[in-house]
Design a protein around this ligand. Structure first.
Ligand code: AVI
Length: 309
């Protein structure tokens, strides 16, 4: 595993645009830092999505109409998914997450509170195609909140939607939350909070990489850099070298790899795409969803859609 990760990081860090995959954000510390980000005044997506979900609970439940299985993609602690139990009354709840242990523990707790719902927990990698052959005959509602779709590049998002539209097997849909394009200052602040939590979240990826492969990134050599790229409609997060830096990636038996960065060089760590409502609805339609209902907040900061096949 260590060897595979070293290879992956060696490739990504020596590419024309050096990068570290955003998956390296989410170790224990990173997951906690992300939870803190969602509490920040500047990070509006989480509370705005919750406002929309709470305010339009009835309308959303009416749009969903009937749900045999609620499939929570990226369930985490299952808090958002379980908020839907009262209003859409699923018969089954399938919680999927990259971390099997985490989601299993959450589902075990939830099952005690909702014994009438059949529950299961599964590990998934959302970058791979999903298939639910055992659920073909049932009405499925996929749930993908939090604008996690913004972290996919647009082509990957299209493939993901096509995959889900297909897996509805003609019955069901996708309930999804997405962050909308807005003034640059609001976007900038959401990813450059004055307390520095997002900076810590970004920098922690280096510590996680050090822990995983034994590299020697030094935090004082790097700084958080995030901005809204208007032409690509995305927040870009980078780590910027504060001086000339040499990083050693252990060779695991063979020679160590040394990677040099000059002052100001960037390591790209994340994209967070922002959509207009029209563009997002068009993407869903293009993927095969026929009937799309949307809810937003008064500022039009965030969008929740139920896309039915
Ligand atoms: C998880 N994802 C939707 C967050 C976002 O806004 O793109 C990750 C994040 N990165 C920095 N702050 C939050």
């Amino acid at each position: 595993m260590k060897h595979i990760l070293t290879e992956e990081l060696l490739q990504s860090l020596t590419a024309d645009t050096p990068s570290i995959s955003p998956k390296f954000f989410y170790d224990d510390i990173g997951s906690h830092l992300f939870d803190v980000i969602t509490l920040l005044d500047e990070y509006y997506p989480t509370r705005t999505e919750k406002w929309i979900m709470d305010t339009y609970q009835r309308g959303i439940a009416d749009a969903v109409a009937h749900c045999d299985v609620l499939i929570d993609l990226g369930a985490g602690n299952c808090a958002k998914g379980s908020q839907l139990f009262d209003s859409i009354a699923p018969k089954q709840y399938r919680a999927l997450d990259i971390s099997k242990e985490y989601v299993e523990a959450a589902v075990a707790d939830l099952q005690k509170q909702f014994p009438q719902i059949e529950m299961s927990a599964h590990a998934i990698d959302l970058s791979l195609p999903l298939a639910f052959p055992d659920l073909q005959a049932l009405r499925k509602v996929f749930f993908y909140p939090g604008s996690s779709i913004g972290n996919f590049n647009p082509e990957k998002a299209d493939q993901f939607f096509m995959n889900l539209a297909h897996e509805c097997h003609g019955n069901g849909g996708l309930l999804i939350g997405v962050d909308l394009v807005k003034d640059t200052e609001t976007l900038h602040l959401a990813y450059n909070d004055p307390l520095g939590v997002t900076a810590a979240f970004n920098l922690n990826a280096l510590l996680n990489v050090n822990r995983l492969i034994g590299s020697n990134f030094q935090l004082q050599d790097w700084e958080h850099y995030a901005f809204f790229n208007t032409s690509l409609s995305r927040i870009e997060m980078h780590l910027r070298a504060r001086s000339d830096v040499r990083v050693i990636l252990p060779g695991n038996g063979s020679q160590d790899h040394i990677i040099s960065f000059g002052v100001g060089d960037l390591i790209h760590t994340e994209n967070s795409y922002k959509y207009t409502q029209e563009h997002f609805v068009e993407k869903l339609r293009h993927a095969g969803f026929a009937d799309i209902q949307c809810w937003t907040d008064p500022n039009k900061y965030f969008l929740v859609c139920f896309a039915k096949v």
